[in-house]
Design a binder for this molecule. Structure first.
Ligand code: ASP
Length: 585
């Protein structure tokens, strides 16, 4: 007779207990832990009322207070893993992941109205310092200038591969009714569970691209709008990520920050009757670039030669002028003669950029060293971080053109676009993984042209990049990275593509991944010393080389305190000894 279910669960419990795992408790040995860094810059979310001054930020209060809120901190779990004073842990999520977050408070905490580009630099430096130590980042920030900071950081963070989310609130988190708790929780869950390699802004159940938002309401919890781009994610019953909209760096370069943005920039909003003198004064040296906020689809009066002459004089002096609409929605185009006149005066059309994004882009491009004016103007009209909509040139293969998906649709009696997309999204991960396994570049390209997301994982969380790294196919790895596949994807066992490449000793793939910024997670580095000793004992030079290329210290000791070179010596592994000798040179 077979075991009853209660016998089975008792046997499992005994096994768990003998392995030192908590039975039925919160601390499961197999649960993946992810680390999120929360950079607190200030803003209403952490403000307290002050008798004479009104709401002001209070330092050293947030972490202490959040520890008392059960939905933001699981004290029982925290006690078991011994966290520092500023580190908290969320209760476990549906994804069975533990999100451990550390709060790093900048000093002084600021109302965001007091922020300047110097604070953007400060935030960017923290992102740089902590980039490899955390899986994702949340930035707490006041709402007043959050759209500016989000836009600026989107440009300052070059070749971004991890999720950065700005959030805050309209009401302090310490008040009974507030939006801070939900905003912080949502931002943490997304930053901890998904690799969305963008600077995003999370507010009122929606995740937006940071350089697409603008603050539209000073009183509602629904304070932000992204008028020209749908949200990247909606946090409703489930968190649904709009993967097709997610922007990817499409590069094999490593993350780096750009600081010292150009401050000689400004926003000039034209209005009926604006004087040429006002425009002249605004464009005076040291001004190097302005965002001209025009009417409708980018129009300015073409019956005002005095005004146009001022603009022309400025562009002749190499002042860069970027045209954005005053309208909340829509794009700058040359439909009207009044819009074309501006282009003739040397003004660059800014498509559907928000003024915040346009200003940040201008400040970024003008601070890039070694670029000619022509190169700067070209960069400004290109889509650098998904900040503007550029209509693709040439025809794109659509779902409707895909014979393969069409055939499947026929059998499933599918006709509408949404159902076709659902089939494509379900089929892309396994098909892309098979293509990666077989080294079939054409198949990968075909899936891509149908709009398939090559970064999505299969049932085991393994992405095509994981598979290609196991296979060691450099061409496929290169193609995937250049198509925006993330090097930070983790499968259900917490393994990154880099670990896969190490295990299979694909040295060139490891080098390429490292170039792109790949690194091992803290989870993957547990017991590495012992693994290295075992490789040394078995004379596995190729294996040791793989770990070395991945940036791992080969001089760390194993469980018994011996280092890999000591083990090699004791085991008489001369080739390994030789390898260590070369390493030392
Ligand atoms: N004045 C505040 C700030 O921007 C408003 C807020 O956070 O909502 O810091």
């Amino acid at each position: 007779m077979g075991e009853t279910s209660s016998e089975l669960s008792r046997a499992l419990s005994n096994t768990e207990a003998s392995l030192g795992l908590e039975v039925g408790g919160g601390c499961r040995g197999t649960m993946a832990e992810v680390r999120v860094l929360v950079i607190n810059t200030g803003g209403t979310i952490g403000m307290v009322p002050h008798e004479s001054e009104g709401l002001i930020p209070e330092a050293n209060k947030l972490a202490r207070s959040l520890k008392k809120i059960p939905i933001l901190h699981d004290a029982v779990y925290a006690n078991k893993i011994n966290l520092g004073d500023d580190t908290l842990v969320l209760p476990s999520s549906n994804q069975n992941k533990r999100i451990i977050y550390t709060i790093l408070e900048l000093s002084p905490l600021l109302d965001s109205s007091n922020m300047t580009p110097a604070e953007w630099d400060k935030i960017a430096r923290q992102l740089e310092i902590n980039y490899e130590m955390y899986d994702g980042f949340v930035i707490l920030h006041g709402t007043d200038t959050m759209a500016y900071t989000a836009s600026a950081l989107s440009f300052m963070c070059e070749n971004l591969g991890k999720t950065i989310i700005l959030t805050g609130s309209q009401v302090p988190i310490y008040e009974l009714r507030n939006d801070g708790r939900a905003n912080l929780l949502g931002a943490l869950l997304i930053a901890g569970q998904f690799v969305i390699p963008e600077v995003c802004l999370y507010f009122y159940n929606k995740l937006y691209r940071g350089n697409r938002v603008t603050k539209v309401d000073a009183e509602s919890f629904n304070a932000f709008s992204s008028p020209n781009l749908p949200p990247l994610a909606n946090a409703e019953v489930d968190i649904t990520i709009n993967w097709e909209t997610v922007w990817r760096a499409n590069t094999t370069k490593k993350f780096e920050i750009h600081t010292n943005m150009n401050s000689n920039v400004g926003l000039l909003r034209i209005f009926p009757g604006i004087t040429a003198a006002a425009v002249r004064a605004f464009l005076q040296s040291p001004m190097e670039g302005i965002v001209l906020e025009t009417y409708g689809s980018g129009n300015a009066p073409n019956n005002r030669p005095d005004l146009l002459a001022e603009l022309k004089k400025a562009t002749d002096r190499q002042v860069v002028i970027l045209n954005c609409t005053q309208c909340l929605r829509g794009t700058v185009s040359v439909v009207y003669a009044t819009g074309k006149t501006l282009m003739d005066a040397g003004v660059i059309p800014g498509a559907d950029m928000t003024p915040e994004a346009a200003l940040a882009k201008l400040s970024y491009v003008l601070s890039k060293p070694g670029l000619s004016l022509v190169e700067k103007r070209k960069m400004l009209s290109e889509n650098l971080r998904g900040e503007m909509t550029v209509v693709p040139i040439g025809t794109k293969i659509t779902l409707k053109d895909s014979k393969f998906i069409q055939e499947i649709a026929k059998y499933l009696f599918i006709s509408c676009k949404e159902e076709l997309e659902a089939v494509r999204d379900a089929l892309t991960p396994p098909l892309a993984c098979v293509a990666a396994k077989n080294g079939d570049l054409e198949a990968l390209k075909a899936l891509q042209s149908m709009g398939g997301n090559l970064s999505s994982g299969d049932y085991d969380g393994r992405t095509p990049l994981h598979i290609a790294c196991c296979e060691g196919n450099l061409d496929i790895v290169t193609h995937l990275l250049q198509s925006g596949a993330t090097v930070y994807a983790k499968d259900h066992l917490g393994a990154t593509p880099l670990l896969n490449a190490i295990k299979f000793r694909h040295h060139r793939v490891i080098c390429l991944l490292r170039m792109t910024g790949a690194h091992l997670s803290s989870q993957e580095l547990v017991n590495v010393g012992t693994e290295l000793c075992s490789l040394a004992y078995h004379g596995d030079v190729e294996g040791l080389k793989a770990w070395h290329l991945a940036g791992v210290d080969l001089y760390q000791s194993g469980y018994d305190g011996n280092t890999p070179s000591e083990v090699a010596k004791a085991a008489g592994q001369n080739k390994v000894m030789e390898f260590f000798k070369q390493l030392a040179c």
